[in-house]
Structure formats: structure tokens, C-alpha cells
Design a protein around this ligand. Structure first.
Ligand code: SAH
Length: 259
């Protein structure tokens, strides 16, 4: 049982409630109050015990709600009031989830805080396209990068290091920056025909995915994606030709094998 006055940062996974860990499910059931993000699915929240206070603190680009400092304060106050606090975050809390701010706020207030990991969007996206993120001999490195930029601002990323033909890039929050990602990676040496997969709403019933190439990424991101969360996978490991490996669907035998 969660100790009263404790905070758990819990990974809610990419959306499909079956991709929650058993520990996350238990913590959600035990919580007295749950502060949850915009990307946490309704079916995940349905697992909370009736009577649990559910507080939406979500942020989606462009649509403002509570700022980070307010969230930090809310979780600390709830814990100091003796509540069993779950801070539920999409995917894994330690990946582009502002977990550090919340950990530090809790520690500064003397509030015990722990992390329950979750399935990150890149893993769900790979599952969606039925591909491996690493590929023996061809993709020995996997880089998680966020391409979130403020409107009108240039992304400050080390493009020369990112443009590694032997790596797979998993780009989070990259929809708006897709044209820049494509242009800078090609300038830095990746070829225009480098395989790209776009996966929107990974693991959810409305999941969609598209295979394209790096030089066509801007067009694909603009025309193919809706307004759901989307992950951009770049590199030889995610080349197309594979049939979506969703439940009940046949898996293509032509997929690149990494075994
Ligand atoms: N902590 C999260 C990431 C938060 S950043 C994790 O580990 O997955 C938010 C970004 O994650 C979104 O902009 C999108 O790029 C990606 N993302 C989250 N859920 C997703 C999903 N179901 N499908 C595709 N991308 C997703």
C-alpha cells in the first residue's frame, strides 16, 4: 500500500491500458489523488478506485493548462496533507516528462518520492510498425531526442552527431519541427532516402502509421498526421515493407531481421 504522504511518479505507458505495468495498475488503484497528464488515456484512469480525486494537469503544445511550478506545488501540498499521491505521466516518467522538477520539489519539501517506469512511446511505435529499433550491424545505437521548439525558434540540437547512419533516432514532440529535422539531418550527411516511420497514437485503437523517407518527411508530417501524439522514427531499422503487427494481423516475413 502507498504510504500516506508519499508521491509516486507513475508511467502510464503509451495509451493501451494493457501496456501498464502491474505495479502502475496497483499504484493507480491505491492512490487517493491522481494528477494526470493530457496523454494519459481514459481507460487507464478508469482503473482508479471510485472516490479517488482525479486532477487533470495536462499540457499539450499550444493548449495551456497548469504550468510546471503549479504542478510541483500541487503534488507537494497533497503529500504534505497526508494523501497517497500518484503523478501519472504518459509513457515513461523519466523520458521527456519533466520528472526532475517534480522529484526536486518533493525532495526539497521532505516528501518521499519514487518512480514506477512505463513503456515509452518509442517502444510502442516500434511495436506498431512491427519493427525492431535496433538492427544488428546496421543500427547499433538508439537515440531518444525531443524536437520540441518554441514557435519561431530554431532547434538547438547537435545535428552532426544525430546524423549517424548507424543509429535509430526516435524523435519525440517532433511534428511541428519535422521540416527542420529533415533539412538539418540531410545537411549533416544523412541521405534523403533514409527510412522514416511516423506513428500516431501508438498502441491506441486509432493508431496510424506511415512509412516514408527523410526528404519526404515534411510532406508526410503535414499531410498524413492528425492531431494525436506522434513519434518519428528515423534510420535503417525502421524501413518499410512491414505489415502492421497489430493483434490478429499477419506479420510480414519480409521485415528486416535482426537476429
Ligand atoms: N514520457 C513520454 C513522452 C512525453 S513527450 C514517453 O515516455 O513516451 C510527449 C511526446 O511523446 C509526444 O509529443 C509524442 O511524440 C510522444 N508520444 C507519447 N505518446 C504517444 C503515442 N501514443 N503515440 C505516438 N507518440 C507518442
Amino acid at each position: 500500500m502507498i504510504e500516506p504522504g508519499t508521491v509516486w511518479l507513475v508511467g502510464a505507458g503509451p495509451g493501451d491500458p494493457e501496456l501498464l505495468t502491474r505495479k502502475a495498475e496497483r499504484l493507480i488503484r491505491e492512490a487517493g489523488v491522481i494528477f494526470y497528464d493530457a496523454l494519459v488515456g481514459g481507460e487507464v484512469l478508469d482503473l482508479a478506485t471510485p472516490g479517488t480525486r482525479l486532477v487533470h494537469v495536462g499540457k499539450r503544445s499550444g493548449r495551456h493548462s497548469k504550468d510546471q511550478k503549479t504542478i510541483d506545488r500541487l503534488i507537494v501540498e497533497a503529500a504534505l496533507a497526508g494523501e497517497r499521491v500518484v503523478r501519472l505521466k504518459g509513457g515513461d516518467p523519466s523520458i521527456f516528462g519533466r520528472a526532475t522538477e517534480e522529484l526536486e520539489a518533493c525532495r526539497a519539501a521532505g516528501v518521499p518520492v519514487r518512480i514506477c517506469p512505463g513503456v515509452t512511446a518509442a517502444s510502442a511505435a516500434a511495436a506498431g510498425i512491427g519493427a525492431s529499433l535496433t538492427l544488428r550491424g546496421l543500427a547499433r545505437k538508439l537515440t531518444f531526442v525531443t524536437a520540441h521548439a518554441r514557435a519561431g525558434e530554431e532547434l538547438s540540437l547537435d545535428w552532426d552527431r544525430l546524423a549517424d547512419p548507424e543509429a535509430t533516432l526516435a524523435v519525440y514532440m517532433g511534428k511541428a519541427a519535422a521540416p527542420m529535422v529533415s533539412a538539418r539531418l540531410i545537411e549533416a550527411g544523412l541521405t534523403g532516402d533514409t527510412p522514416v516511420a511516423l506513428v500516431e497514437n501508438a498502441s491506441l485503437p486509432n493508431e496510424r502509421h506511415f512509412h516514408t523517407r527523410l526528404d519526404l518527411l515534411p510532406l508526410a508530417a503535414r499531410t498524413a498526421l492528425g492531431d494525436g501524439p506522434a513519434l518519428i522514427l528515423i534510420g535503417q531499422a525502421v524501413s518499410g515493407g512491414s505489415i502492421p503487427a497489430r493483434e490478429g494481423a499477419a506479420v510480414s516475413t519480409e521485415m528486416a531481421s535482426d537476429s
